[in-house]
Ligand binder design. Structure first.
Ligand SMILES: NC(=O)C1=CN([C@@H]2O[C@H](COP(=O)(O)OP(=O)(O)OC[C@H]3O[C@@H](n4cnc5c(N)ncnc54)[C@H](O)[C@@H]3O)[C@@H](O)[C@H]2O)C=CC1
Ligand SMILES: O=C(O)[C@H]1O[C@H](OP(=O)(O)OP(=O)(O)OC[C@H]2O[C@@H](n3ccc(=O)[nH]c3=O)[C@H](O)[C@@H]2O)[C@H](O)[C@@H](O)[C@@H]1O
Length: 464
């Protein structure tokens, strides 16, 4: 079976970059990315490719190359669905904020809406691909919706979770560690569908890196991968606190431990806590699934990863207050970095939001500088928390355009995102423009203790 037309529902952090790469690597396939968010689609279509809605190194060049040739962005969802042989569902699956499973389960309403829409408008057989991260056995529900249309159209459902990380999305998509495709491999039609998707990826990924499994293994592998990655961060962060008490240095510990080839060195960077749209959401989802099968110990085991992460964010903020003589009321604190990691403009679940909120509760005046995050986004993140009124958020926190401006006349500086440019700042000048004693809190282990102390800073770094 040869795929000629692909439709992707959801033009977000996954749908946009993933489809851009497919379009670039498969010029013989027409790829249409659709979304109900008109502003987002307009931005993807902006004449100036620098204005596409997602910042990812290398992405704008790929969009420039393929857009208008075989890559299209549109709000005409029905049209694109009907034309496609293969439909990726790449919509958001956030944690539920209401009703059963509130605060834990994944909210699948957007997924269900997509399935119903596909069922309603399709007039020819289609392969439906789960690209969103979903609870194990979601394909069963999708199948149920799709197969009960009564119009004779046949659907095959595949699971093809995405493992890209933000900030390195283009590289991750071009050279993935593996592509995972789950399908109904016990049936001929199912195998055909799996092979059709394998063939798409085989345009640039070697066959050894394309793994096929049954649907449930594929769905569960995605949650498992994120849980393992987040667990490593929480594990090293747990050690960071012990390091601070004992004189050990968490970077040295991470290096020593990571050199054991059975452990490996990646994902052992201690930090102010992991953020991002997925780690927390996917682990909560895993905990909820385990509980729903009555697996209390399994649920508790994974929940601890989140509990430790919340603790890490809180203890960093507490450290600032304690160090500043137990009060930050009326004190100016500069926050460098709002994105949840470097090289992305995504701020979802960023540790910076929680640290700022904590300090604002202590009546600190916060000044933020982030090279890629807009003022509008920063206020939206705070307003979303609902801790205080919109007016109060705007009076307690200001956003500026340079690190120098953020730090001027401040009592303390907190580095919360590991942007490369912060390493190259003129820290001497920053120090000279701050109130004394000048406190510097490094939540990312970005700066050298000795160099900072030589300048005169009172320096604190996670795990050291
Ligand atoms: N952000 C990431 O780095 C990764 C995310 N994922 C998973 O991928 C999925 C998508 O995540 P993101 O791209 O970050 O989300 P996102 O929020 O950036 O994008 C989702 C898009 O879907 C659109 N949408 C929702 N319902 C729709 C509908 N019925 N019709 C048309 N468009 C609709 C929304 O308007 C939004 O633009 C989630 O399940 C997430 O867990 C997986 C791997 C990496
Ligand atoms: O499902 C998803 O959404 C994605 O989630 C993560 O990707 P992402 O959240 O974009 O970024 P990561 O590089 O994993 O970082 C997540 C958070 O952990 C933090 N982190 C990461 C690594 C580390 O050693 N220490 C650490 O504190 C980062 O600063 C960041 O806040 C996974 O790495 C991807 O494989 C997955 O596809």
């Amino acid at each position: 079976m040869k795929i000629e037309n692909i439709c992707c529902i959801g033009a977000g952090y996954v749908g946009g970059p993933t489809m851009a790469i497919i379009a670039q690597k498969c010029p013989h396939i027409n790829v249409t990315v659709v979304d109900i968010n008109e502003k987002r689609i307009a931005a993807w279509n902006d004449e100036d490719v620098n204005n596409i809605p997602i910042y990812e190194p290398g992405l704008s060049d790929i969009v420039k190359e393929a857009r208008g040739r075989n890559l299209f962005f549109s709000t005409e969802v029905d049209n694109a669905i009907d034309k496609a042989d293969m439909i990726f569902i790449s919509v958001n699956t956030p944690t539920k904020t209401y009703g059963m499973g509130k605060g834990m389960a994944a909210d699948l309403k957007f997924i269900e809406l997509c399935a119903r829409q596909i069922a309603r408008v399709s007039t020819s057989d289609k392969i439906v691909v789960e690209k969103s991260t979903l609870p194990v056995r979601t394909a069963e529900a999708l199948k149920n919706i799709l197969e009960n249309t009564g119009n004779g159209v046949k659907f095959q459902i595949l699971s093809n979770p995405e493992f890209l990380a933000e900030g390195t999305a283009v590289d991750d998509l071009l050279t993935p560690d593996r592509v995972l495709i789950g399908g109904d491999i016990d049936s001929e039609k199912g195998k055909e569908a799996v092979n059709a998707l394998v063939d798409v990826y085989a345009n640039w990924v070697s066959k050894e890196h394309i793994l096929t499994t049954n649907v449930w293994s594929s769905e569960l592998s995605k949650l498992t991968a994120n849980a393992f990655l987040a667990q490593r961060v929480s594990s090293i962060n747990a050690m960071s606190e012990l390091c601070e008490k004992t004189g050990a240095d968490v970077n040295e510990v991470a290096k020593a431990v990571g050199m054991d080839s059975r452990i490996g060195s990646r994902f052992l960077q201690s930090s102010v806590g992991f953020g991002g749209s997925c780690f927390q959401k996917d682990i909560l989802n895993l905990v909820y699934i385990a509980k729903s099968y009555g697996l209390g110990e399994v649920a508790d085991y994974w929940e601890q990863v989140i509990i430790l992460n919340d603790h890490q964010k809180r203890r960093f903020a507490e450290k600032i207050v304690k160090t500043l003589f137990n009060t930050v009321s009326g004190k100016k604190i500069a926050i460098l970095g709002w994105a949840f990691k470097k090289d992305t403009n995504d701020t979802r679940e960023s540790a910076a939001i929680y640290v700022a909120d904590y300090l604002m509760n202590e009546q600190a005046e916060i000044i933020v500088y982030d090279p890629k995050v807009t003022e509008e986004q920063i206020y939206a993140d705070l307003d979303y928390l609902g801790t205080r009124s919109e007016n109060e958020n705007r009076s307690l926190l200001k956003v500026v355009n340079t690190a120098k401006d953020a730090c001027r006349d401040s009592h303390a500086v907190a580095v919360l995102t590991e942007w490369d440019e912060y390493k190259k700042l003129d820290w001497k000048e920053i120090y000279s423009n701050m109130l004394k004693p000048a406190f510097l809190f490094d939540g990312r282990r970005l700066l050298e203790r000795k160099a900072m102390e030589d300048i005169g800073f009172e320096f604190y770094a996670i795990g050291n």
